[in-house]
Design a protein around this ligand. Structure first.
Ligand code: NAD
Length: 475
């Protein structure tokens, strides 16, 4: 009998298993991910086919673009620059394998029992495990079970995946050649991150997005800026464009979509479907277990990640407690492990950073201006352009801005929104400030190293107060 069985070894699951073991609980972690060789690779989608893989490829694509487009302004010439996609993918795969191996080493060091199998929750905290080839199955028992099976891409009936011409986001990180013309269904976070990679490597990239608004979940001032920057980079963003069919023929895909002007057809070399993700709950629990799901398959949980079954928890992408973001899952994993060990902890869902790993990056924490205005909140805003920082000018990282929103009376920071290089790093200061209920005045009085891009946060805080901070004044 285990103290804890964790099902799933993505960021939520492996963090939770590690914390459980560190707290002295006898822990097993069951995971069904296998790589091309049929070997288990810990880390889930986030590591194997998500953020880490995507960031590794984007970095390669940025270097290629620097060498081909932007190097001359530095007074440097580079000739015969070419891309070897196989090597680029190998680098990415090595990074993934190395990180996965580090998780495995932590499991070994903490004596976490690692099981490569398909797990199914039965009643009374029993778990049935079946080997990948279905050749053997057995039943395990635990005092506590943590469900952390993550999510997978939503399929579209109008664009069935054939793993060749019409592919999902996982395969889009494993292409063997640069598509000449590429279409992506969905201009959400995944669609934009993939577009940023392949567009830089030379694909003519068209994003088809059913919504009329762009990045509707982000602050709209930032979204407008992002739209302009992405468009100038060469991404073709077609909004209000709902894909209705995709058919392959003659080594091309014909994509049909409708917008306000009628039906259009597009011929491309590859079509990526990035139309959202769904929780992996399909075969997670036996009907007799009576695990409560909602109509979209999300596990029903209370604010402590407890399901309707005693001793069974669900964390990460499986629940609607917060967005599908790796660090939300990690925090919940630690939180649940602490709960099981009798420790008190909590997850502050209100101060949770979000990042779009494009180039430039977009990062935010707290509320958007449009949400606050809709709530009737009395607010002040301050913005500062990266182009007005000495560091931005010296490094050429001039595209982007920082926006701070505060309560008009108390000056408490309600939201911080950044677009620009290093936005994912800069947002950490804003998260900390909000975690400590800081005011914009606190940021103004905080000394920022000079010259840095973080000075733009300082500048935005100053702008909340003064509003007469001249645009064009460099800090
Ligand atoms: P999404 O729901 O954010 O975006 C999918 C988009 O596809 C939507 O805007 C939708 O309108 C559009 N769409 C759906 N059907 C369409 C059709 N027929 N024609 C045209 N457009 C269509 O989903 P996603 O980008 O796949 O991301 C899934 C989840 O994973 C999100 O919750 C996201 O936050 C999370 N995620 C986060 C990160 C990160 O934190 N950096 C990275 C990857 C994924």
């Amino acid at each position: 009998m285990f103290d804890v069985i964790v099902i799933g070894a993505g960021p939520a699951g492996y963090s939770s298993a590690i914390r459980c073991a560190e707290l002295g609980l006898k822990t097993a972690c069951i995971d069904n991910w296998h790589d091309a060789k049929g070997q288990n690779s810990l880390g889930g989608t986030y590591l194997n086919a998500g953020c880490v893989a995507s960031i590794a490829l984007l970095e390669s694509a940025k270097i290629y673009q620097l060498l081909t487009d932007n190097l001359k302004q530095h007074g440097i010439e580079a000739e015969s620059v070419s891309v070897d996609i196989a090597l680029m993918m190998q680098r990415k795969n090595d990074i993934v394998a190395n990180l996965s191996q580090q998780i495995a080493e932590s499991f070994n060091a903490l004596k976490i029992e690692r099981i490569h199998a398909e797990a199914r929750l039965l009643s009374d905290r029993l778990v049935e495990i079946t080997t990948h080839d279905q050749s053997a199955s057995s039943i395990l028992e635990a005092k506590h079970i943590i469900l952390a099976t993550g999510s997978s891409p939503v399929s579209l009936a109008c664009a069935p995946i054939d793993n060749d011409f019409i592919i999902d986001s996982t395969m889009a990180l494993n292409l063997t050649a640069v598509p000449k013309r590429l279409a992506i269904i969905g201009a959400g976070i995944i669609g934009l991150e993939l577009a940023s990679i392949w567009n830089r490597l030379g694909s003519e990239t068209i994003l088809l997005e059913a919504q009329e608004s762009f990045l509707g979940f982000a602050d709209q001032q930032i979204a407008r800026k992002a739209y302009r920057i992405y468009t100038e980079q060469g991404l073709e963003l077609r909004l209000g464009a709902r894909v209705i069919s995709a058919k392959k023929g003659n080594k091309k895909v014909t994509v049909e979509y409708q917008d306000s002007e009628g039906t259009h057809a597009l011929r491309v070399d590859k079509l990526i479907v990035a139309s959202g993700r769904k929780p992996n709950t399909e075969n997670l629990a036996d009907a007799e277990a009576n695990l409560l799901l909602d109509e979209n398959g999300y596990v029903h949980v209370d604010e402590n990640c407890r399901t309707n079954l005693p001793g069974v928890y669900a964390i990460g992408d499986l629940t609607l407690l917060g967005p599908m973001i790796a660090h939300k899952g990690i925090e919940e994993g630690l939180f649940v492990a602490d709960q099981i060990a009798g420790l008190h902890n909590s997850v502050n869902y209100n101060i949770l950073p979000s990042v779009v790993f494009t180039d430039p990056e977009i990062a935010w924490v707290g509320q958007t201006e449009q949400a606050l205005r809709a709530m009737g909140e009395s607010i002040k805003t301050g913005t500062f352009q990266l182009a007005d920082t000495a560091r931005g000018q010296a490094t050429g990282q001039t595209e982007g801005m920082v926006k701070i929103i505060t309560n008009a009376d108390s000056d408490t920071i309600l939201g911080v929104h950044i677009i620009g290089s290093q936005a994912s790093e800069m947002i950490a200061e804003a998260v900390l400030a909000m975690e400590f209920s800081a005011c914009s005045e606190d940021l103004v009085r905080t000394i920022h190293a000079h010259p840095t891009l973080a000075k733009a946060l300082h500048g935005a805080a100053l702008a909340v107060k003064t509003h007469d901070l001249k645009s064009g004044s460099v800090i």
